[in-house]
Design a binder for this molecule. Structure first.
Ligand SMILES: Nc1ncnc2c1ncn2[C@@H]1O[C@H](COP(=O)(O)OP(=O)(O)OP(=O)(O)O)[C@@H](O)[C@H]1O
Length: 324
């Protein structure tokens, strides 16, 4: 039950507007409210451009929202500056989709992995080798890799190095932005298994961004579905096909699941592309693609309502407005 779990990180009313070169406003995140629990994975899923990366950047202090708060252990990290901001980075680390882009190709793996430890004065230069070996072992890579360069490794091995580097500071939270998307399905599976194992051992909280709802279902305790900058449904992972109710979540599932479906609830079709976040319609953001669209959906944006303590949905099919 959510009430007994410890909230580590919380987004409260987070909105992000971008000003375009022609002076218009793009609403990339609209009043996002999410809770990350200790030792659990929150999977954030949605189509390309829905605002997932925009949101996750707030959690690792790479950007600040136009409005709203990001609370880490109750403190608003969007207000941190200077040394306090730097110190906070130790607690929330990130693994990107393409580690090659974030690794210096001229650095050996030992230097890449130990850089955060040296930057925060946690180890001496002379302790690099033993720490690198320890962290390589953690991500199930041979100790000899310490002497290699990133280009002498496979994509999956590089992603393990990125995880080792993220783990080096023993963070409480790791944000993984499409961290397995560039990998083959079989490698993807081994990386997910590794993350799950490390999470169990170290009680880490994970934010897992992905456009693949089937993959998220395998590893997330909690799933948040985002559409055009709005979180439209939050529900427990693992029983998605049975529990999901938002027409968008059902449509996303319909596009990837072909087995184990609960056919008692019809799957909607997801046709066309999401409209531009520059031309958001009044009312529900999903109205233009929703097979269940009603008159009210074109007038009023649905509020988030709780179906159970762990399951919230923003859809007029489930709000009191239906009775109007
Ligand atoms: N710095 C920026 N300036 C202007 N618009 C931006 C900026 N960053 C993101 N956007 C816009 O905000 C919207 C959300 O982008 P975001 O990258 O968060 O989506 P995403 O869900 O992570 O997509 P993808 O899965 O393709 O990475 C998009 O329309 C994008 O073009």
């Amino acid at each position: 039950m959510s009430e007994s779990k410890e909230v580590i990180l919380e987004a409260k009313h987070v909105t992000r507007r971008f000003r375009t070169t022609d002076g218009r406003t793009l609403l990339a995140n609209n009043d996002v409210n999410l809770k990350f629990y200790k030792g659990e994975t929150l999977g954030l899923v949605g189509e390309s451009g829905c605002g997932k990366s925009t949101f996750m950047k707030f959690l690792v202090s790479l950007d600040i929202p136009s409005e709203g708060e990001i609370l880490y252990r109750g403190k608003d990290i969007t207000k941190l500056k200077g040394e306090k901001l730097r110190q906070n980075r130790q607690h929330i680390q990130m693994v990107f989709q393409d580690p090659t882009a974030s690794f210096n190709p001229k650095m050996k793996i030992r230097d890449i992995i130990c850089e955060p430890l040296l930057n925060f004065g946690r180890i001496k230069k002379s302790e690099k080798e033993e720490n690198c070996r320890r962290l390589l072992e953690l991500v199930e890579l041979p100790a000899e890799f310490s002497d290699r360069y990133p280009h002498n490794m496979s994509g999956g091995q590089r992603q393990r190095v990125a995880i080792a580097r993220a783990l080096a500071l023993e963070p409480e939270v790791i944000i993984m932005d499409e961290a397995t998307s560039a990998l083959d399905v079989s490698v993807q599976k081994t990386i997910i298994e590794l993350i799950t194992k490390l999470q169990r051992e170290k009680n880490i909280t994970i934010g897992f961004i992905c456009h693949d709802i089937a993959l998220i279902e395998q590893c997330a305790h909690q799933i948040a579905v985002m559409y055009l900058g709005n979180v439209v449904e939050v529900l427990p992972g693992g029983q998605l096909s049975k529990d999901a109710v938002h027409p968008y979540t059902r449509a996303l599932m319909g596009s990837v699941f072909d087995i184990n479906m609960d056919f008692s609830k019809p799957i909607e079709n997801l046709e066309g592309e999401a409209p531009s976040p520059l031309e958001l319609p009044e009312g529900c953001p999903f109205q233009g693609r929703c097979t269940k669209c009603m008159a009210i959906c074109k007038k009023e944006a649905p509020q988030m309502v709780s179906l159970t303590p762990d399951h919230q949905v923003a859809c007029h099919l489930y709000t009191k407005n239906m009775q109007k």
